[in-house]
Design a protein around this ligand. Structure first.
Ligand code: PGA
Length: 255
């Protein structure tokens, strides 16, 4: 019942011409892959151009970050309202690089998530433990804190209106993905937390992604797990071949 979702996070890669070229290749490669919802998240500098090119339902566009206010004195930030008006359907919130390098806290992640939901953007809320936390046996505690703080006191989102991406920090950009079994264990725990915070029917609808060194040759193992509904892909989303390969393989596992 949950439609698979593959989202590409381009991070700070590609100028506008390069972004448009990649989107054109993807539109061609993905033209008959409607089983999977596919999202690209270009840098803010090419968001508007990409939104204008993507007028079909083959691809959706997401921002990599959005603020909690719709406007104001927040230098360097992106208004969720403006992102929505441009044509974005998704926004990434709380990516570990934002937490690690830009002081993003759980409290900010909560505010950004709330604003995204209120604006009609689907937040892809990123959570995940560091290597030190995993080795200290703190994974469950960290995930509980991140999920609870991000989502508590929010109105239960409708349908596919909320996405959680479990991204263990040690697996991002390292080529060392989590095992599908470990990712499933955390995804099941996240779904249980969502049932506690909202209710069982919301928990059954929220899509939970795995992220961290996803490639065409390992996506199948993740998609085969019952609580993993797709992936947030960094490096492998920067080429049409590898990203379309991931989407094609993910489509074979629709439940
Ligand atoms: P990666 O990045 O696929 O390059 O590991 C994932 C992410 O940061 O979302």
């Amino acid at each position: 019942m949950r439609r698979p979702l593959i989202a590409g996070n381009w991070k700070m890669h590609k100028n506008t011409a390069e972004a448009l070229a990649l989107v054109e290749q993807l539109l061609y490669r993905l033209r008959d892959k409607h089983r999977v919802e596919v999202v690209v998240c270009p840098p803010a500098t090419s968001l508007e151009a990409v939104c204008q090119l993507v007028s079909t339902a083959t691809l959706y566009v997401g921002a990599q970050n959005t603020h909690w206010a719709s406007e104001g004195a927040f230098t360097g930030e992106i208004s969720p309202r403006v992102a929505r008006e441009m044509g974005c359907k998704f926004t990434i919130v709380g990516h570990s690089e934002r937490r690690q390098y830009f002081g993003e806290t759980d409290a900010y992640v909560h505010q950004r998530t709330r604003a995204a939901l209120e604006t009609g953007l689907t937040p892809i809320v990123c959570i995940g433990e560091t290597l030190a936390q995993r080795e200290a046996g703190e994974t469950v505690e960290v995930i509980r804190r991140q999920v609870t703080t991000a989502l508590e006191n929010l109105i239960a989102p409708q349908g596919g209106g909320l996405v959680i991406a479990y991204e263990p920090v040690w697996a991002i950009g390292t080529g060392r993905a989590a095992t599908a079994a470990d990712a499933q264990e955390v995804a099941a725990f996240i779904r249980q937390l969502i049932a506690e915070l909202f209710n069982a029917s919301t928990a059954a609808k929220v899509r939970i992604l795995y992220g961290g060194s996803v490639k065409p040759d390992n996506i199948g193992g993740f998609m085969a797990k019952p609580d993993i509904d797709g992936a947030l892909v960094g490096g492998a989303s920067l080429s049409a071949d590898s990203f379309a390969g991931i989407v094609a393989r993910a489509g074979r596992y629709q439940g």
